[in-house]
Design a protein around this ligand. Structure first.
Ligand code: SF4
Length: 157
């Protein structure tokens, strides 16, 4: 309580210096840096879901009661999509596929370029956690609020 009081008096500093910190996306490691640090490739965690207390992403979205009108104006905008299919694939391994809890971002076969992958979005799955806007290492994803009343509808059942 004393420290909280001192923070009010000192405009937030309190008795100690604040911990240094960076924006969240600056903590995301490039694949090469990860390998250097941990001596192995970043691997998708192999998690087993019991479908009682833990669920895969698509089941989670279903249980969240998420509803969107399919033709609403997009609430997810990628300012420069060319980065996703080239630089991000090489440098970061497209982390959006992993940090989005609703499987909105997926790398799929690019029919126009055989052997390549391209980013495909399923915005109607979005549960509006805003992680993509915060964690995207290039800061090219813009999340905005969806049109009125849409999104998850959690219940206690
Ligand atoms: S806001 Fe959350 S759920 Fe929606 S696309 Fe971004 S990471 Fe996925």
């Amino acid at each position: 309580m004393f420290h909280a009081g001192m923070q009010i008096v000192t405009g937030g500093r309190g008795l100690f210096d604040r911990r240094p910190h960076k924006n969240d996306h600056e903590y995301v490691l490039k694949v090469a840096d990860y390998k250097k640090k941990y001596g192995k490739d970043p691997a998708k965690p192999s998690v087993k879901f019991d479908n009682r207390y833990t669920f895969d992403k698509v089941s989670d979205v279903y249980k969240s009661g998420t509803m969107h009108e399919e033709h609403q104006p997009s609430h997810l905008v990628i300012v420069d999509p060319s980065i996703c299919n080239t630089r991000c694939t090489e440098e970061y391994g497209n982390p959006c596929q992993h940090f989005c809890p609703a499987s909105v971002y997926n790398m799929v076969e690019d029919e126009a370029n055989e052997g390549s992958l391209k980013l495909e979005l399923t915005p109607s799955n979005c549960v509006h956690c805003k992680t993509c806007d915060i964690a995207d290492p290039y800061q090219v994803i813009r999340w905005v609020t969806p049109q009125g009343g849409e999104g998850p509808n959690y219940t206690n059942c």
